[in-house]
Design a protein around this ligand. Structure first.
Ligand SMILES: Cc1cc2nc3c(=O)[nH]c(=O)nc-3n(C[C@H](O)[C@H](O)[C@H](O)COP(=O)(O)OP(=O)(O)OC[C@H]3O[C@@H](n4cnc5c(N)ncnc54)[C@H](O)[C@@H]3O)c2cc1C
Length: 399
């Protein structure tokens, strides 16, 4: 028996489920495969998402995947200067702190409801090709290995993606464009007037070329994590040293206890050149859709997945071949939505990593008294330029 689908999606994260959902909704015979035994688990994420992504991607709000709704973001400089930003303007990760395992399952359920098949414990181990064109995937399901033919394979296999690379697409990154992360889920945290109502971001040498986040899950629990650029990490244990030092210093965490601990990588690179070839498209972390400043990728993955799924449906409807040419509306579509911001934030990240603790203190103090409403890089730079021209020399080409 030959298994054959219009679309096979590899990876049941938010990007894969979104692509599978919209492809199936448009009539594509769709299969989504996931190597893990349970979709969404274990969680390796700070779990923050901006609310607008739910509307943008047609994901109906459900209490079961909401851990905590927040009012906004608090950005804290090394000396303790604080900038508060309303959640509507605070970036991709601020608004809702998710129960990510339940959220990923809810996204997969929407894909199933739209008509997609879903297999778990099924790993893509290679691509089928014919004269350079991708024609399907080779999979391992439990102990059995077999081929599945597909008119289009979707590489939604996350940060460590191999599927795109098997097709010859260039997804490798420089060490300076990769952030190593460590996150503790801590409970028994003492409340303060703002906890658990804000997602907190701590800047400076507490996390070299990165930041520390405290994302509240309930009135005494939070995801407390840090990301450090790999080119600043001499040794992986440094992540633990920095995070432990932070927790020791924060009086709210004096009696905090562990619920879990996770590590992972995040891309902080510029947009990649190519995300489609004949018979294949990449999406989400696999396509480096993560925001290079915040490391947030859930919302962008859902959005790009939706754009891809709709393009796959249109190709099906007009009887196309899912060639590189046919897939161009996806390449153009995600770039129109995300590319400019991804590129600008990558440039800004490269400048931010050169700032000292004193620079961050001055910048946050300046912004906190300027009534800045929108955390757009450009808006921030303009305010800093007016008040501290000395600080913006490094950013001159971005203003
Ligand atoms: C510590 C940490 C904290 C983060 N915090 C945030 C945050 O607060 N907010 C935010 O927006 N983003 C955050 N991110 C990033 C976010 O987790 C990702 O951007 C998001 O998960 C991307 O979704 P995705 O669907 O592209 O990939 P993933 O969610 O990684 O899904 C990929 C799926 O593919 C499966 N897979 C991989 N290979 C194969 C294979 N060969 N065969 C079958 N299946 C396969 C994997 O098991 C996985 O389920 C964080 C990341 C880390 C590491």
């Amino acid at each position: 028996m030959t298994l054959k689908y219009d679309v096979v999606v590899v990876g049941a994260g938010p990007a894969g489920s979104s692509a599978a959902r919209y492809a199936a909704l448009g009539g594509c015979n769709t299969l989504m495969i996931e190597k893990r035994q349970e979709i969404g688990s274990p969680v390796r994420c700070g779990e923050g998402i901006a609310r607008h992504f739910l509307d943008d991607c047609g994901i109906p709000y459900e209490n079961k995947w909401v851990a905590q709704e927040v009012k906004g973001a608090k950005i804290i400089s090394p000396a303790g200067n604080v900038l508060k930003i309303d959640e509507k303007h605070a970036g991709n990760e601020v608004g809702i702190v998710l129960e990510r395992d339940a959220f990923d399952k809810a996204c997969a359920k929407l894909a199933a409801k739209a008509g997609s098949e879903i297999w778990v414990k099924t790993t893509a181990v290679g691509l089928l090709k014919d004269d350079g064109r991708v024609t399907g995937v080779r999979v391992k399901r439990l102990e059995e290995e077999f081929n599945i033919e597909a008119d289009c394979v979707v590489a939604a296999d996350g940060y460590e993606s191999q599927v795109g690379r098997w097709a010859g697409m260039k997804t490798l990154m420089k060490a300076g464009d990769i952030t190593g992360t460590l996150q503790y889920r801590l409970t028994n945290i003492e409340p303060d007037p703002d906890f658990p109502h804000y997602c907190e971001f701590f800047l400076g040498t507490c996390a070299p070329a990165g930041y520390i986040w405290v994302f509240p899950k309930d009135e005494c629990t939070a995801n407390v994590g840090l990301g450090i650029s790999l080119d600043r990490l001499k040794n992986k244990m440094d992540l633990k040293m920095y995070l432990d030092a932070f927790c020791k210093k924060d009086p709210r965490m004096k009696r905090a206890q562990f619920l879990d601990m996770v590590t992972g990588g995040v891309s902080t690179c510029p947009p990649i050149k190519e995300t489609v070839r004949d018979g294949i498209a990449m999406v989400g972390d696999a396509a480096r859709h993560i925001d290079p400043i915040t490391g947030g990728g859930i919302g962008n993955g859902c959005l790009a997945g939706m754009i891809l799924g709709k393009v796959l449906s249109e190709i099906k409807e007009r009887g196309g071949t899912y060639s590189k040419e046919d897939l161009q509306p996806y390449e153009k579509g995600w770039r129109a939505e995300l590319e400019e911001t991804l590129y600008r934030n990558w440039m800004a990240k490269n400048k931010l990593v050169t700032l000292s603790d004193e620079d961050f203190d001055k910048i946050i103090a300046t912004l906190s008294t300027a009534g800045i409403e929108k955390l757009s890089v450009h808006a921030m730079l303009k305010v800093i330029k007016e008040r501290h021209p000395d600080l913006v020399a490094k950013f001159a080409d971005m203003i």
